[in-house]
Write a protein that binds this ligand. Structure first.
Ligand code: NAD
Length: 261
């Protein structure tokens, strides 16, 4: 695993949302923060994922491992009050959460239902706002950093990405507005736009294998990225090196986003 400085995150506290298993991008980010000395709290969605997340979190000596469905305000309130009770403050919030119904991740975008739209935008975009507003009082005065995960389908049409592209566009715009609101409190908000990586969420996108192959063929480096690349960029953004970066979407995609047709 690549690393910046083994001591940068000592005494820092990071809440990581979105680990489902060892392939999760959130897991790579957590490993980088842990390697830099951060104390960690993890959330999981539902009992079946708890069985996967708990041993991973324990392997990094997590202080807290808590349930959280980001569509449930009561669970979010409980999560942040437990963070407050345990730590009193928060330095980093890693938001690595997205969901859309499978039928909305294939075929024609024009058939997206109202409920499918609501679900995708609620879980994948509004949840950043819902978590940022609860993190704000804990982060104030801590030179804190909020990071979310996005994809190029927010900017251009990527067949089958469909409703998730619209959700990611809302997410990226939310990053800018949150950065404006929270900047005076020295809380930075950024998005990492990652190239395709084979994870549980990615498996829900029709023809994901084709996306992987096509990205490798067309990007300037002719290499796909790994979760470790995402973890390294997140660590950079949380570190003092990123202290004047906010409101940005940073690409780690082997340059895929610069290509035309
Ligand atoms: P993943 O399946 O490992 O992570 C997605 C997480 O979202 C899971 O932990 C899942 O439990 C969580 N989640 C879904 N609905 C939730 C809810 N209602 N409440 C709480 N948590 C919920 O997959 P991943 O690829 O690591 O995805 C993480 C983020 O990275 C997502 O935002 C995804 O869109 C983004 N991303 C992924 C790729 C990729 O190719 N894998 C590329 C760019 C961006």
């Amino acid at each position: 695993m690549s690393n910046l400085n083994p001591k940068w995150f000592e005494g820092k506290k990071a809440l990581v949302l979105g680990v489902a298993n060892e392939r999760s991008l959130a897991w790579s980010i957590a490993q980088h923060l842990h390697q830099g000395g951060a104390q960690l709290a993890f959330t999981f969605l539902g009992d079946s994922l708890e069985r996967r997340v708990r041993p991973l979190a324990e392997s990094l000596q997590a202080d807290l491992i808590l349930p959280c469905n980001v569509t449930d305000d009561a669970q979010l309130d409980t999560l942040f009050s437990q963070i407050k009770d345990k730590w009193g403050s928060l330095d980093y919030l890693i938001h690595s959460v997205a969901f859309a119904n499978k039928e909305d991740l294939e075929g024609r975008f024009v058939t997206t239902s109202r409920e499918g739209f609501r679900m995708a935008l609620d879980v994948s975009a509004y949840s950043l706002i819902a978590t940022a507003q609860r993190a704000e009082p804990l982060m104030e005065g801590h030179e804190a950093s909020i990071i979310t995960l996005t994809y190029y389908g927010a900017k251009k049409v990527v067949p089958n990405y469909n409703i998730m592209g619209v959700a990611k566009a809302a997410l990226e715009a939310s990053v800018r507005y949150l950065a404006y609101d929270l900047g005076p409190k020295k809380i930075r908000v950024n998005a990492i736009s990652a190239g395709p990586v084979k994870t549980l969420a990615a498996a829900g996108i029709r023809n994901f294998k084709t996306m992987l192959a096509s990205s490798q063929e067309k990007n300037p480096l002719h290499e796909n990225i790994s979760g470790d690349d995402v973890g390294a960029l997140a660590a950079f953004l949380c570190s003092p090196l990123g202290k004047h970066i906010t409101g940005s979407t940073l690409y780690v995609d082997s340059g895929a986003h610069i290509m035309g047709g």
